[in-house]
Design a protein around this ligand. Structure first.
Ligand SMILES: Cc1cc2nc3c(=O)[nH]c(=O)nc-3n(C[C@H](O)[C@H](O)[C@H](O)COP(=O)(O)OP(=O)(O)OC[C@H]3O[C@@H](n4cnc5c(N)ncnc54)[C@H](O)[C@@H]3O)c2cc1C
Length: 266
């Protein structure tokens, strides 16, 4: 029996146009469709596979505004048992450290049916919007638990989590005793689609809403005004140009090489 918390984040759909707000350069959440981040669908899937194989309970945890409820319902319709939603306007514009601090506070309060805390916390390796790739590691630091990040494979047995961490340097075998936090990559699994039964069942599942006060988090420690990092400007990506066409008249190879040298690519 493993008590699992999955950290899920609602992000702007990568297929819609994503924008920053003019005032404080935070994400313009109204400008784009919002979805459960795909990497978090995989994190939920992994939790469900563990539960189905060896028993346990899966709680999803998200920090986000009202509309994050849609992402939470999706995770519940996939099969998670209950959800915790941290929803407080003071969180607007929080950076990775503040987000991790708030999530760690909630993780300290979440208990399961057996009245025990989480054994395993599963996150995505990198969110599609912020792309900081650090929240799981910062949470590990705050909670004083081991972190196994960038996992493409994950096994839980006898109070131990083992995994294969894949980076540009190669594949590493990792092991830690529970409780621990892990982050998974897109190679971990293929997430299931919610079934009709799952969607109906999700409507009745418990969603606990916490404000910062409920978690004992001082609002003066979070939010864009108190963030350790500040976005001071943003420039939209220039539109793609047509590129340069090289006609091969016997010297195509040297022309391409000259072009690449000119671009400082080689
Ligand atoms: C336009 C823009 C500018 C930003 N500028 C900065 C900046 O200057 N400095 C800075 O530190 N951050 C910045 N962020 C990041 C932003 O504050 C993040 O939403 C937050 O800090 C977490 O970072 P991340 O989502 O990139 O985390 P990652 O570390 O990439 O997320 C990894 C995993 O952690 C979990 N997780 C992350 N956030 C949540 C959440 N809210 N609820 C539940 N689980 C979660 C998920 O499992 C996720 O897959 C910016 C974001 C945007 C969109």
């Amino acid at each position: 029996m493993t008590n699992i918390v999955v950290l899920i984040k609602q992000v702007p759909d990568t297929w819609s146009e994503r924008k920053l707000t003019d005032g404080d350069y935070t994400l313009d959440r109204e400008a784009a469709d919002a979805v459960l981040d795909e990497i978090n669908e995989r994190a939920v899937e992994e939790a469900l596979l563990i539960k189905e194989a060896q028993g346990g309970e899966v709680t999803v945890l998200s920090a986000g505004p009202d509309r994050a409820t849609d992402a939470i319902r999706k995770a519940l319709s996939m099969g998670a048992d209950k959800a915790v939603h941290i929803n407080d306007p003071a969180l607007h514009g929080s950076d990775a450290v503040q987000t991790a601090w708030t999530l760690a506070a909630a993780l300290g309060q979440i208990t399961f049916e057996n009245e025990e805390p989480a054994d395993l916390i599963i996150a995505g390796n990198e969110a599609t919007d912020g792309r900081v790739g650090a929240v799981p590691a910062i949470i590990a630091e705050y909670l004083g638990i081991p972190q196994l990040t960038q996992l493409r494979k994950l096994t839980v047995a006898d109070g131990t989590v083992t995994g294969e961490r894949e980076t540009d340097e190669g594949v590493f075998g990792l092991e830690a005793s529970l409780p621990a936090i892990v982050s998974v990559t897109e190679k971990i699994n293929e997430p299931r689609f919610p079934s009709f039964k799952g969607i109906m069942a999700a409507k009745k599942k418990e969603v606990i809403v916490y404000t910062l006060a409920d978690l004992g988090v001082d609002p003066e420690t979070v939010g864009v005004a108190n963030a350790g990092t500040t976005v001071t400007a943003s420039t939209p990506k220039p539109p793609r140009t047509a590129g340069e066409r090289i006609v091969d008249e016997g010297d195509g190879g040297s022309k391409i090489a000259a072009y690449l040298v000119g671009q400082k690519i080689i």
